[in-house]
Design a binder for this molecule. Structure first.
Ligand SMILES: O=P(O)(O)OC[C@@H](O)[C@@H](O)c1c[nH]c2ccccc12
Length: 409
């Protein structure tokens, strides 16, 4: 039996039997009346294997652009894979409508399949990441999937019930600002980055964290991404267990709420959420989870559109403006100023949102510039971590000693 399924296809090239051209097929959501759900056994969960080995069922493309699928020959497993693939494409479409260019996963479509006299192939160029951020996200997605298999959410929730309380990240920034009159410092424990390579060979995360605290940092940021930043959750845990008092930001590429629970277990007091990666609904949902777990969410934006999206979400308390474009690595500290000008700045001020100026800050003039623009905190990595004595680096960055023992306070 054959069912006609409006798996509509869009052709960017016209294929003829003799043609070797490969038209692009863009599959649209399946019709409601085609009940794949009845083919999908309850309890089947998404697996990495299922995602990466998509096989197309026999599809015959008709002249009007619809496709004919032989229902009998679709296995339950294939049906599930197709459904998952469709859901992922739909999620990408929603994200794209919010201006998000980063796709959560490679759009590996149903691959080559013989469809009668014509042969079509889903174009594969889309399966190459469009920039470094997308590459990181695709890798992260797989990494998290494996981590979740090792430690399911239920285990994390259980561990959280006996975890020590979190520290007040926002409070520490506010206190520091009123103590020094300067933006509260979030000093970053960062060994390397894709744009700058290794920043410090003799990298001892606990020693660096202690030096930052001694130098007057209000909070610390700890990179936990291993592949691209040479960070780790072990570093975060070690710093927390070494008696450092500063609240800790888990600097991670969050794509799944599971990571928030994991960060909490590993000693985080705050976590980064990147608006260039997460659609509005994810940000809403994840900030709620953060609140539930006692974590502060630092929501990072890079341009006006991201800022406006984030300002439209209720309950945002801390926004980071990244001066570095994570896609191109271009750094421009005037980005902080531009995003805080006019109505946006007014609204942020009225709503009592704290803004963090992030990346590319090296001198007292840089700090003064972003403070003038309206930030109450700064996030600094490279210029501090590269210093032989990171505590001294802090005094040099601010142009004065901001430590609690400092004379100028
Ligand atoms: O080393 P810098 O230029 O001082 O930047 C620190 C911090 O802002 C940067 O590491 C950062 C900002 N947002 C991120 C998101 C992911 C990874 C890293 C980042």
């Amino acid at each position: 039996m054959e069912a006609v399924v409006p798996l509509r296809t869009t052709f960017t090239a016209t294929a003829t039997a003799a043609s070797t051209a490969r038209p692009r097929l863009s599959f649209q959501p399946l019709a409601k009346n085609f009940a794949f759900s009845r083919l999908i056994p309850a309890g089947i969960s998404r697996t990495d294997r299922a995602r990466s080995s998509l096989q197309c069922p026999p599809v015959r493309v008709q002249q009007d652009g619809s496709a004919v699928v032989s229902e009998d020959t679709i296995s339950e497993e294939d049906a599930l894979k197709i459904k998952e693939w469709e859901v992922e494409r739909l999620q990408d479409e929603i994200a794209a409508s919010q201006g998000i260019r980063i796709r959560r996963r490679p759009p590996t479509g149903p691959p080559l399949h013989y469809v009668g006299p014509f042969e079509f192939q889903v174009e594969n160029e889309g399966n190459t990441p469009c920039n470094i951020l997308e590459e990181i996200i695709w890798y992260k997605d797989k990494e998290v999937l494996q981590m979740k298999e090792r430690t399911p959410l239920s285990a994390l929730k259980k561990a959280i019930s006996s975890a020590p309380p979190t520290r007040d990240f926002l409070g520490a920034l506010r206190r520091s600002y009123s103590r020094t009159g300067l933006p509260g410092l979030i000093a970053e424990v960062k060994k390397a980055s894709p744009s700058r390579g290794v920043l410090r060979e003799d990298f001892n995360p606990v020693e660096i964290a202690k030096a930052y605290e001694k130098g007057g940092a209000a909070c610390l940021s700890v990179l936990t991404d291993e592949k691209y930043f040479q960070g780790s959750f072990e570093n975060l845990e070690a710093i927390r267990n070494a008696g450092v008092e500063c609240p800790l930001l888990c600097k991670e590429f969050v794509v799944d709420a599971w990571q928030i629970y994991y960060a909490r277990i590993k000693g985080a007091d705050a976590i980064l959420l990147i608006a260039a990666v997460l659609p509005d609904l994810d940000i809403m949902y994840m900030t709620k989870i953060c609140k539930l777990l006692g974590l502060t969410a630092l929501v990072e934006v890079h341009d006006e559109r991201e800022m406006d999206r984030v300002l439209g979400i209720d309950g945002i308390e801390l926004i980071g403006i990244n001066n570095r474009d994570l896609g191109t690595f271009k750094v421009d500290i005037s980005n902080t100023k531009n995003l805080l000008e006019g109505e946006r700045g007014k609204r942020i001020h009225e709503e009592g949102i704290i803004v963090v100026g992030e990346s590319g800050l090296f001198t007292p003039a840089d700090v003064a510039y972003v403070q003038e623009a309206g930030v109450k905190a700064v996030l600094v990595g490279e210029s501090l971590v590269k210093q032989k004595d990171p505590a001294k680096g802090i005094s040099e960055l601010f142009g004065k000693d901001i430590s609690c023992e400092g004379h100028s306070i």
